[in-house]
Every structure is written in structure tokens, then in C-alpha cells.
Design a protein around this ligand. Structure first.
Ligand code: ADP
Length: 289
């Protein structure tokens, strides 16, 4: 068995059992860690990858922001520590992968499921924005599912906490398919509305089965985003309410985009929406009783 030791501030040592490999990201590997009955997801970052002070700064910013957040729909941050070789970040373990794997299995989701997931994403975003944090990399692969099928937003590697009202950010970041047009046209800077754009891309992708601006070439995708060139394919039936919601979010001018409150009150979310979905929906659509 593989162990990792944490030397605590009072010089006691905690031994974690390093278990199953969970996945690999940009510069972290993720493993299941256990301490007694407690299970965690541990992001392991080799110190050899942190030689540039910029990379180290970025990791510290991710930790600082994530540590300050506590919400039912955000991956819980437990603690971080280091040994000679690595930095370890212990996070709430999400046992049912992300919406990315779910959509690959299911192709697309029913409107009821999309309503349920989007509502939870809205709660996470309202909390973040209230705390002046912009996520900036909202995408299916960063939306984890807990053992109870709750949505947990994770990966604060690109997040930014604004310091003053009306501050604009100028760094170009995000993931091609989900990136907002004002990030690509960086003259005026960007703010919270970039997460709302990505929310719109997520809504479209879950209902249609592929992202609205996807092409085989990043430059072409960016051109489509800047022209807002997307369509609802005729062969996939979605409600007028869903189309109305998406088309009022995927709006080039960020000031004309729906706000989080307007989205919550949109007719797409009228009617009974389940708090959580059954585990069976990981592989099959919910039965329509
Ligand atoms: P990236 O660098 O791609 O943003 P991360 O470093 O955050 O990814 O995570 C790498 C992989 O580890 C993820 O794709 C996922 O498979 C897994 N993972 C990350 N966080 C968790 C978690 N809280 N629970 C379960 N698995 C996780």
C-alpha cells in the first residue's frame, strides 16, 4: 500500500492511504486518499513543475480562492499540505465523474434533467458572484457529480476574485468552445458575464449533444463565437422555452445578456423540477411517469 504523510503544525504525522487514480489534469494528478473512514480526492502537483514563480503564484491563487468557498454545489476544499516532492490538495470526493462523461454516455439529456442540473449550477454561480469570484472556466468537465448526484463545481485554476466594484479583467483564458466573445475581443476587459455565457453554452450542449460553436479548428470556433453563429438543429426537438433561454444568454453584448436572477425566473424553469436525479440517469433517461 502507498502512504502519504502530512506533518501537521503540532509536529504530529497523519498518514493517508493513497488509493485509486482518479484522473489527470493540466499539471495535477488526482488520487483517492483515505484517512480512517474519511475519503478525499487529492490533487497532487509535483514541485518540479512549480519551478516558475508564475506557476506557483497561480496555484496559490487557486488554493486561496477555493479555500474561501463553502457551498453545497461547489467541490468542498478540505486542506492543502506539502512534502519534499509534492503539493497535495485534499478535496471533497465526487464519485460519479463529471457532466462530460455523463453526456458522452447519454448523448443528450432530457429537459427535466437539464432543468435540475442548471438550477444547481445557478446556485453555485450566484454564490460565487456574490463573493466577487469569476470562475472563467465553466464547462462540463468542471461540473462534478457527487455520490448523491449533486452538482459540484470544481477547478478554480482560472478563477479570479475582483478587488473593487466594476473592475475589468484582461487576461485571455478559458476553454475554446465555452469562451465568451468579450474575452476574444479583449479591448473592454471582461467580468462576471463570461460565466453566464459559458452557462448558456452548457445549456445548449446538454440539450443538443454538442457545443454550439464547435468546429474542427479553434480559430474557426473563435470566429463563430465572435459572430454568434450557432443554430438549433431541426432534427432535435427542444421546447420554445429552452430556445428562448439560450438565445437570451448567447448574446454578444455582455450588458444585454440575461442576469442570474433573470435566468432563475425564466419560463424554462417553471414547473416542478426535482432537487436530485436518480443514479439510474447516469446511464438511462429518467422514466417519464
Ligand atoms: P484539470 O487540470 O484538467 O482542470 P484537475 O487537475 O482539476 O483537472 O483534475 C484532474 C482529474 O482528476 C479530473 O479530470 C477528474 O477526473 C479528477 N478529479 C478532480 N477533482 C476531483 C474530485 N473532487 N473528485 C473526483 N475526481 C476528481
Amino acid at each position: 500500500m502507498d502512504f502519504v504523510e502530512e506533518v501537521c503544525s503540532d509536529n504530529t504525522v497523519r498518514q493517508y492511504i493513497k488509493g485509486k487514480f482518479l484522473g489527470k489534469g493540466g499539471f495535477a494528478k488526482c488520487y483517492e486518499f483515505s484517512f480512517g473512514e474519511q475519503l478525499y480526492a487529492s490533487k497532487i502537483i509535483g514541485k518540479s513543475t512549480l519551478t516558475r514563480s508564475r506557476t506557483r503564484q497561480k496555484l496559490m491563487s487557486e488554493i486561496k480562492i477555493h479555500k474561501s468557498l463553502q457551498h453545497q454545489n461547489i467541490v468542498g476544499f478540505h486542506k492543502y499540505f506539502e512534502d519534499d516532492e509534492n503539493v497535495y490538495i485534499l478535496l471533497e470526493l465526487c464519485t460519479n465523474q463529471t457532466l462530460n462523461e455523463l453526456l458522452k454516455r447519454r448523448k443528450r439529456l432530457t429537459e427535466l434533467e437539464v432543468q435540475c442540473y442548471l438550477m444547481q449550477i445557478l446556485k453555485a454561480l450566484s454564490y460565487l458572484h456574490k463573493h466577487k469570484v469569476i470562475h472563467r472556466d465553466l464547462k462540463l468537465g468542471n461540473l462534478f457529480l457527487s455520490d448523491k448526484m449533486e452538482i459540484k463545481l470544481g477547478d478554480f485554476g482560472l478563477a479570479s476574485q475582483l478587488e473593487f466594484e466594476g473592475e475589468r479583467k484582461h487576461t485571455i483564458c478559458g476553454t475554446p468552445n465555452y469562451i465568451a466573445p468579450e474575452i476574444l475581443e479583449s479591448k473592454y476587459g471582461h467580468s462576471f458575464e463570461v460565466d453566464i455565457w459559458s452557462f448558456g453554452v452548457i445549456a445548449y450542449t446538454l440539450l443538443i449533444g454538442k457545443p454550439p460553436f464547435e468546429t474542427n479548428d479553434v480559430k474557426k470556433t473563435y470566429r463563430r463565437i465572435k459572430m454568434n453563429a450557432y443554430q438549433f438543429p431541426e432534427h432535435i426537438i427542444i421546447s420554445d422555452e429552452a430556445k428562448s433561454l439560450i438565445s437570451q444568454i448567447l448574446v454578444i453584448d455582455p450588458s444585454k445578456r440575461l442576469t442570474l436572477d433573470e435566468i432563475k425566473n425564466h419560463e424554462f424553469f417553471k414547473g416542478l423540477i426535482p432537487e436530485l436525479l436518480p443514479l439510474s440517469t447516469l446511464t438511462c433517461p429518467p422514466s417519464s411517469q
